[in-house]
Design a protein around this ligand. Structure first.
Ligand code: ADP
Ligand code: MG
Length: 348
């Protein structure tokens, strides 16, 4: 049940590995000044001059990280790049290159692989990133994608997880929980379709949460905004596994505690309503859902005036001493410990 726009099916065996690589990479452009050599030699060559280099890798496996029954291939290529760039932005850096590696089973025709690449290249173009290499292999079962992203930053601008200070404001960009609720919706429609293939998926009016799941956008704009208003976050992380898990990562790495206020957690109204339809607590979607790819960061209180006008940044709590632990103050004023997998922990 592979879904792709181009209905031709060219068997990968007809091209061979080198034919496939040159076919896939024919549309690749090199635009970044730091790329001295991209695809075509044994290694790419980069020059970051006096900047520090940032590198991050993700591995995406069919059946574990994505389900081809509802993920369009172009979106998959796009998302694979986005989730990786997000890690470079989470260091307060500029992403500049990626490598893109794929393992393909024989069920994949060339046209399907091409769609994955189209999606990946759209993301590269939009975020000013060069695709500088990769690897291509057969896979016995399932599609495998691995992306490595490379970027740079001035040493004194790098934001580590470990830099949070007592009294810092805990801030998050955008809104949370939408990608998780979008996934629940896609799963439900997939199951209905599997039971009765005549029923078309009903995603009417749910564009925002479905897009948040299928087509996330890494927050380069937030990194740029912070630079423009003169803020260097003391600590930063991207929200891939859910707010709770990321808060714990920052607090553990910084040897600090925190207070998170439930009523401050930014939720989109469609996320809220759809979570309720599914009988899930919307706060739990934000805390444990994941795949939001927003940025969670801490800033000194003195910087509050610089962010208070921004619609896209919400203060959700503050950093405390380690001995106070990581706590959430619920809407009704009760205090709960934040745990990485606290599905039922926040029921009043
Ligand atoms: P090697 O045998 O040295 O690994 P390859 O034949 O695998 O070389 O790759 C040749 C060139 O094509 C290299 O520059 C490599 O980075 C690039 N390349 C291979 N696979 C991909 C891919 N899936 N996407 C982009 N570039 C690729
Ligand atoms: Mg190779």
């Amino acid at each position: 049940m592979l879904e792709f726009d181009n209905t031709e099916r060219t068997n990968l065996g007809e091209l061979g590995e080198f034919g496939l690589i040159s076919y896939l990479t024919k549309a690749v452009e090199i635009n970044e000044p730091s790329t001295l050599k991209g695809i075509g030699d044994d290694a790419a060559v980069l020059d970051f001059s006096n900047k520090k280099t940032l590198i991050s890798t993700d591995l995406l496996l069919e059946g574990i990280h994505f389900d081809l029954r509802y993920v369009p291939l172009k979106h998959l290529g796009y998302k694979a790049v986005q989730v990786n760039l997000s890690d470079i932005y989470a260091m307060n850096g500029t992403a500049s290159q990626i490598t893109f590696s794929i393992g393909l089973s024989s069920k994949f025709p060339l046209e399907a692989v091409e769609e994955i690449y189209q999606g990946a290249l759209i993301a590269c173009k939009k975020y000013n990133v060069d695709l500088i290499g990769g690897d291509t292999s057969a896979s016995v079962q399932g599609l495998v994608i691995s992306v490595t992203s490379i970027g740079f930053a001035d040493e004194d601008q790098i934001a580590y997880r470990s830099g949070a200070q007592e009294g810092d404001l805990l801030c998050v960009s955008g809104d949370l929980g939408a990608a998780y609720v979008g996934l629940q919706l896609l799963e439900r429609e997939k199951n209905i379709f599997l039971e009765n293939p005549n029923i078309q998926p009903d995603l009417e009016g749910k564009d925002y949460i479905v897009e948040r799941q299928l087509k996330p956008e890494a927050r380069r704009d937030i990194v740029e905004l912070l630079a423009k208003i003169g803020i260097k976050p003391n600590a930063m992380i991207d929200v891939s596994d859910g707010l709770a898990s990321e808060i714990i990562h920052i607090c553990e790495a910084s040897d600090k505690g925190c207070k998170l206020y439930e009523d401050k957690i930014p939720l989109d109204s469609m996320t809220y309503e759809t979570a309720r339809e599914f009988g899930i607590d919307p706060t739990v979607c934000a805390l444990n859902g994941g795949e939001d790819y927003e940025l969670l960061f801490t800033i000194p209180q003195a910087d509050y005036d610089k962010i208070k006008g921004s619609m896209d940044i919400t203060v959700i709590g503050h950093i405390t001493q380690a001995s106070e632990g990581c706590q959430m103050i619920s809407k009704s004023g009760k205090v709960y410990p934040i745990t990485a997998q606290g599905w039922n922990a926040f029921k009043d």
